[in-house]
Write a protein that binds this ligand. Structure first.
Ligand SMILES: Nc1ncnc2c1ncn2[C@@H]1O[C@H](COP(=O)(O)OP(=O)(O)OP(=O)(O)O)[C@@H](O)[C@H]1O
Ligand SMILES: [Mg+2]
Length: 360
C-alpha cells in the first residue's frame, strides 16, 4: 500500500507522456423534434488532441459551454466517445470493455467542482474516502483503515475526523475530503474539474497549494479544468484553450502568458486584471460581445470569426488547422504570421498605452 514509486527525472529531460487524447469527438444526439428531419447532435467536443506528460499539469480553459467538462468526462470514460481515442500510458481506455475499465479506474480519478453535492450527507467521511478501496477490493480491512488515516493526514485533516459527517466540515475541508477520496487508489492521473471555483476566495489558494504539494510528493499528473486564468497561471505547465468544442491554442505556460497568439486567448487574458499587467489593463480589455455559435450547427470557418475583432472574410470560409508555430506552441488562426522566425498574432495583449479594437 505504499505510493507508486516515481522514477526520478533529470531536470533537462522531458518526462514521458502519460495521457494522449487523439481526435476526440463527443457528440450528444438530441431528441428528434421532427420525424422527417435528420436527428440533430450537440458537438460538445469536436476533434480535440493533446498530451499530458507524467508529473505535469495541463490546464484546459475556455468559456462556459466550450466542452471542458465533456472532455474531462470522456477522458474518464464517463461520457460516450463518439470518435477518437484516450490513451493512458500504453492502455487505450477507449477500447476497454466494462470489466477492464473497472480495473483501469484505479489509475485515474476525478475531483469535481462542488464539494457539497459530491459527498453523501448520510455517509461518514472516512467511509467515503474508503469506498474506492472497498469497491476495487484493494488491500485487507486493516490496510484500508490505515490508508484512510494516511490520506486524511496527507490532505491536512486529522484521522479522528473520519467519523464525522460532511455537514460538520467547511467547503474547503470537504474539498480536502474529495481529494483524499480521489487519491485512495494511488491514481496516476487526476482530472480536476474547476476544483476551487465553488470555494471562498480565501480558501482557494490553500486548496491549490495542497494540489501542488501532492503533485510534487506523489508524482501526480493533472488535467486541470478552469475558467480562471489567474488560477491557471499559478498551477499549470501547459495550457489548452477551448472554443466551441475545439482547441484554438495550446502552449507551454511561459510562452502562453508572455505572448498568447489566438485573438480568443488574448481576449480571455485581457479580461483578467490580475494576470500580467495589473489592473490598469482592465480599462482597455477586449470586450467579447455576443455568444459563441451553437454547438449543434457550428459555422464552417473559424468558429471564433463571428466575434473576432480582427477577422477577415476568409476566416469565415474554411476551418483553419491547428498549426505548430514554435516548439510545443500550436494555434488555430490563419492570421498568425512568422516574422523574423517568430510567430506573431494579429492582436497583442493590451499595454497601458495601447487601445484595442472592440468587437462590434
Ligand atoms: N449530456 C449532454 N447532453 C447534451 N448536451 C450536452 C450534454 N453535456 C454537455 N452538453 C452540451 O455540450 C456543450 C459543452 O458542455 P460542457 O459542460 O462540456 O462545457 P464546459 O466548458 O464544461 O462549460 P462550463 O464552464 O459551464 O462548465 C454545451 O453546449 C452543453 O450544453
Ligand atoms: Mg464544465
Amino acid at each position: 500500500m505504499s505510493p507508486t514509486p516515481v522514477s526520478p527525472v533529470a531536470p533537462t529531460e522531458a518526462p514521458p507522456v502519460l495521457l494522449t487524447v487523439t481526435d476526440l469527438h463527443v457528440h450528444f444526439p438530441r431528441p428528434r423534434a421532427n420525424p422527417f428531419k435528420d436527428a440533430e447532435v450537440v458537438r460538445a467536443v469536436d476533434g480535440v488532441s493533446f498530451e499530458v506528460r507524467r508529473g505535469t499539469t495541463l490546464a484546459v480553459v475556455g468559456e462556459s459551454g466550450s466542452g471542458k467538462t465533456t472532455t474531462a468526462l470522456a477522458v474518464m470514460r464517463l461520457a460516450p466517445i463518439t470518435q477518437g481515442s484516450v490513451q493512458l500510458g500504453t492502455t487505450d481506455l477507449s477500447q476497454l470493455d466494462d470489466r477492464a475499465m473497472r480495473e483501469a479506474r484505479r489509475r485515474l480519478q476525478i475531483i469535481f467542482q462542488d464539494p457539497y453535492s459530491s459527498l453523501n450527507p448520510r455517509q461518514r467521511v472516512g467511509d467515503a474516502v474508503r469506498a474506492p478501496l472497498d469497491l476495487m477490493k484493494i488491500g485487507t480491512a486493516e490496510e484500508r483503515t490505515r490508508r484512510v488515516d494516511e490520506l486524511f493526514t496527507a490532505v491536512g485533516l486529522r484521522p479522528e475526523q473520519k467519523n464525522l459527517f460532511p455537514h460538520q466540515f467547511s467547503g474547503g475541508q470537504r474539498q480536502r475530503i474529495n481529494i483524499a477520496r480521489a487519491l485512495a487508489t494511488h491514481p496516476e492521473l487526476v482530472v480536476c474539474d474547476e476544483p476551487v471555483s465553488a470555494l471562498d476566495i480565501a480558501i482557494r489558494a490553500q486548496i491549490l497549494n495542497l494540489l501542488v504539494k501532492l503533485q510534487r510528493e506523489l508524482g501526480l499528473t493533472y488535467l486541470f479544468i478552469s475558467h480562471d486564468m489567474a488560477v491557471v497561471e499559478h498551477i499549470c505547465d501547459e495550457i489548452a484553450v477551448m472554443y466551441l468544442g475545439q482547441i484554438v491554442e495550446r502552449a507551454p505556460r511561459k510562452a502562453f502568458f508572455a505572448r498568447p497568439l489566438h485573438p480568443y486567448s488574448v481576449a480571455l487574458m485581457s479580461a483578467v486584471p490580475d494576470v500580467r499587467g495589473g489592473r490598469a489593463r482592465a480599462a482597455q480589455r477586449i470586450q467579447l460581445s455576443g455568444d459563441p455559435p451553437s454547438p449543434i450547427a457550428p459555422p464552417p470557418g473559424c468558429r471564433f470569426a463571428g466575434r473576432c475583432p480582427v477577422a477577415e472574410p476568409a476566416c469565415a470560409e474554411a476551418l483553419p488547422p491547428l498549426v505548430q508555430v514554435e516548439p510545443d506552441h500550436w494555434v488555430r488562426c490563419r492570421r498568425v504570421e512568422q516574422v523574423d522566425g517568430r510567430p506573431v498574432g494579429p492582436l497583442a495583449l493590451p499595454t497601458a498605452t495601447q487601445a484595442l479594437p472592440v468587437a462590434a
